[in-house]
Ligand binder design. Structure first.
Ligand code: AMP
Length: 842
């Protein structure tokens, strides 16, 4: 029977306890400073950003940047392969990272962007990047399910790195935003890489036992080089090498092992590279010693040292006593005699058929604290009591946990107090400014509430004498309007979308009803140099979106003119064959297909050109019966074109306006109108399932096909989710304010809930047959003032009135609920769709 002297146990337990004080993955889980701020802004970078307020530095977990965005969001939609966009954190030194946390962007209810899945890449030197994968080779990490909750993921295996990149992965054209934290501790070993011969296969009683370094992150040719792996993953093997700490892994998983038959010189050579020159005291190697199966600890270690280019001639040799009694796996300490080096080469001599290592660690320089960091237990002090050290560890853990909990509680309380204070302050500020009188009394205007219905609002004749607010962000729309020289004369033409007929003069607004043109509107709009568009921008389009031969398009007639240029009806020869199965649309295969071709105007500037390509990319990913389909593109040469399905009856605004007469709302028409609304709700339901904000929903942006089929179009604004500022600075800011929620106008927040608001207005347009513009009695400035009333919520806000003959249920249960002040209380498109279906089935 095998004898296991108690002293052996004691010694190994002691070693175990002390070794754990270096890097113990279970303890090494401290937040590294994204939330706490220890990581500086300049150490957080990204591939791109949507806007200043969603820059990389805001990608901190549980952190709000004050203006509500509080997350990093990449500039363009993340590529499906998740390889392009990233948020990078520089930890300034090597760290052992065991855990990552991610969170989305909610912006206090205004946002809903998060990364459902992501990858991680890391680097120790900033130039060699490695894609992290788990022990089974999976690279994709399941991320967030909503914009609020923090999701923590254990990194198994852990990472040793200085730089870490979070790379969102999306399936669809989903916009993602991320806030992140890294957890771990400093990697004091300083080991940058080790080079070893790869491990061998042992056949033990017919069982394959693999001793390869399965998580090695360097190059794996003849030798493993330039990486770290199982020997530094903080997990050491069990006494019985057939079993593993880690569930579901193969026999031998915990060890890297070599058979001495493959080493005629009788030793295995390992080279260790460090971050800089260090003074080495010792090295510890965790060895298996199951001699009953031919495995034994090494009998000799000879280590060579190098600080510059040459190896020092004098090695250090150490011969441990080979244990022939106990089969317990153990750390063997190799004294390194305070030698100075940045590279160490050690030769481990076999004392049996197999040599199995699971961990290697170094003690160097003045970093002795690394060994004793946690509880100051001297690792090589055999006189130290086991109980003592364990108790200390336990107490240390408890103290650390309590400290962390206290810190979390304090942070939460502190955040809450601040949030309340900020809320109060901003409200007070808004109130003050709202009550300021108009500077120019002549601009005061009268407005009779009686002309419009007001939900619970006052019916008295109230005169708006308040100037609209606030800080630069808030006041921009009204300020711009007030400053506009055209504004004085423009009110009478506000009301119709400028269509082709206007000739689309350069300076004219796109949405006459709400156009706000920045004063900075560059005189350069026509002279901007046109930079060739990098067609890689287009790389994210669906693979089915092919280049259509331009010469096969035959012009038939002009359909209209939009933001980017003219839209033409064309015959597309051979389009049916050109389309893939899932795209093919009804029609005679022989005859040319009628299509709508939207062309980018020739004098378009660089921004418009990029936006046009982005609209293509967005549309190419959308597939829904109620979304206009992009069929093909012509982007190889100028002018850029997108080819969409042709909608025979043009836009819904024109269609309703010309097809129906106002006094003609019979119940049959109502069913048809509700049917149209159902289709729009269905298309929006699809968009919201992709987390996609349209930003410009209105009847003018819906197209009508055969049999009253309605499809949502015009994704020209949708991509600008965070880019309102950009437009204001660089050129025209076209804001459809009569369709916009109060928070979109005042705070620049565009969310699914603001799309719901616009849907309410669109429904109102439909039920009034587009005979008048929403809030037609109000000037643009008054519309913006009215949004101020929505913010103040004192019952003075004006709602669009109930359309004639509109059932109460639609007005009260649906329209008014879309215009609720609290975005969270507005219905979702799913609910809207269900309700409308319900109504249409009656
Ligand atoms: P847009 O640039 O998308 O605003 O389009 C300008 C105008 O062209 C619209 O208001 C429609 O009248 C017309 N139009 C655009 N796309 C189509 C289409 N697919 N089918 C029919 N007419 C269209």
């Amino acid at each position: 029977m095998e004898v296991k002297p108690i002293t052996h146990h004691l010694f190994f337990v002691l070693l175990t306890a002390t070794v754990r004080t270096q890097v113990n993955p279970e303890m090494c889980r401290y937040p590294l400073g994204m939330t706490g701020g220890q990581i500086q802004d300049e150490d957080i970078s990204a591939s791109s950003q949507w806007s200043e307020s969603t820059a990389a530095k805001f990608g901190r977990l549980d952190f709000d940047n004050g203006d509500g965005d509080g997350a990093w969001c990449p500039d363009i939609m993340s590529e499906p392969d998740g390889l392009k966009e990233y948020l990078q954190v520089d930890l300034r030194s090597l760290h052992f990272i065991t855990l990552v946390g991610t969170q989305g962007r909610h912006a206090d209810g205004m946002g809903n962007e998060f990364a459902q899945r992501y990858r991680i890449k890391y680097s120790r030197n900033g130039s060699n990047w490695v894609g992290w994968h788990d022990r089974k080779g999976r690279q994709i990490i399941e991320g967030n399910r909503n914009a609020y909750d923090v999701v923590l993921k254990d990194l198994e295996p852990p990472i040793i790195a200085r730089y870490v990149r979070f790379m969102p992965v999306t399936d669809h054209s989903m916009i993602v935003c991320m806030r992140v934290e890294l957890y771990g501790c400093e990697w004091l070993d300083g080991l940058m890489s080790y080079s070893i011969p790869d491990g061998h296969l042992m056949i033990y009683r017919g069982l394959d036992v693999y001793f390869n370094d399965s998580v090695y992150d360097g190059t794996t040719a003849e030798r493993l080089t330039k990486g770290l792996g199982q020997l530094t993953d903080g997990t050491w093997g069990l006494d019985d090498f057939l079993h593993s700490h880690i569930y579901g892994m193969w026999p031998g998983y915990d060890y890297v092992g070599w058979n001495n038959k493959s080493f005629p010189k009788g030793y295995v050579e390992m080279i260790f590279e460090f971050d800089h020159v260090r003074n080495f005291t010792s090295m510890k190697v965790h060895c298996n010693n199951m001699f009953s199966r031919g495995v034994r600890m090494f009998r000799q270690a000879t280590c060579y040292f190098r600080s510059g280019s040459d190896w020092e001639t004098e090695p250090v040799t150490f011969r441990p006593t080979v244990d022939r009694v106990s089969q317990i796996a153990r750390f063997v300490a190799v004294p390194l005699g305070d030698r100075t080096a940045s590279t160490i080469k050690c030769r481990f001599h076999f004392s049996d058929l197999w040599l199995l290592f699971s961990e290697v660690a170094f003690q160097s320089g003045k970093n002795n604290s690394a060994w004793v960091s946690f509880l100051s237990v001297p690792w090589d002090d055999p006189t130290h009591k086991v109980d003592d050290s364990n108790t200390r560890i336990l107490i240390g853990c408890l103290v650390a946990i309590i400290a962390i909990l206290l810190a979390i509680i304090v942070i939460i309380l502190w955040r809450q107090v601040w949030q309340k204070m900020l809320e109060k302050a901003s409200r007070r500020m808004l109130d003050d400014e709202l009550t300021a009188r108009l500077a120019v009394q002549t601009q005061a205007f009268s407005f009779h509430h009686s002309s419009l219905s007001s939900e619970g609002g006052s019916t008295s004749n109230s005169t708006y004498e308040r100037i609209f607010p606030l800080c630069a962000d808030y006041q921009e729309p009204s300020r711009l309007i007030r400053k506009l020289p055209e504004f004085a004369q423009s009110t009478e033409h506000l009301g119709r979308k400028e269509k082709t007929q206007s000739g689309g003069s350069e300076g004219a607004p796109h949405y006459a009803e709400a156009d706000i043109i920045s004063l900075q509107e560059s005189s350069d709009s026509g002279t901007d140099s046109i930079t060739p568009v990098n067609i890689n921008l287009f790389a994210g389009t669906d693979s089915s979106m092919k280049e259509f031969p331009r010469h096969k398009l035959t012009f038939k007639e002009k359909l209209g003119e939009g933001q980017f240029g003219e839209v033409h009806l064309c015959e597309a020869e051979g389009m049916q064959d050109f389309l893939l199965e899932d795209l093919s649309i009804e029609g005679n295969k022989e005859s040319p297909l009628l299509v709508a071709v939207k062309t980018l105007r020739e004098d378009a500037n660089k921004n418009a050109r990029n936006d046009f390509l982005k609209e293509i990319r967005i549309m190419s990913r959308l597939r829904d019966p109620n979304i206009v389909r992009l069929l093909a593109v012509c982007v190889d040469t100028d002018p850029l074109c997108m080819i969409t399905e042709y909608m025979e009856n043009g836009d819904l605004n024109q269609f309703l306006n010309t097809t129906y007469r106002a006094n003609n709302i019979a119940s049959t028409y109502y069913i048809k109108l509700i049917g149209m609304a159902v289709q729009i709700a269905s298309g929006m339901k699809y968009l919201s399932s992709l987390n996609f904000v349209h930003r410009d929903l209105a009847t003018r942006n819906c197209l009508v096909g055969k049999n009253y089929t309605i499809k949502i179009a015009d994704f020209g604004m949708s991509r600008n989710l965070y880019r309102g500022d950009y437009y204001r600075i660089q050129g025209r800011a076209v804001l459809p304010i009569r369709w916009m929620s109060w928070e979109s106008i005042l705070l620049g927040k565009f969310t699914m809930a603001s799309d719901v608001w616009a849907f309410g207005v669109t429904l109102w347009e439909i039920l009034t047959l587009c005979k008048e513009q929403p809030y037609s009695q109000l000037s643009d400035e008054q519309v913006i003032e009215n949004t101020g009333e929505f913010f103040r919520d004192q019952g003075k806000q004006v709602y669009l009135p109930k359309p004639p003959y509109c059932p109460d249920r639609i007005y009260h249960d649906l329209m008014l609920s879309c215009w609720r002040r609290n975005a969270k209380q507005r219905p979702s498109f799913q609910e809207i769709h269900t309700l409308l279906m319900d109504i249409s089935n009656i």
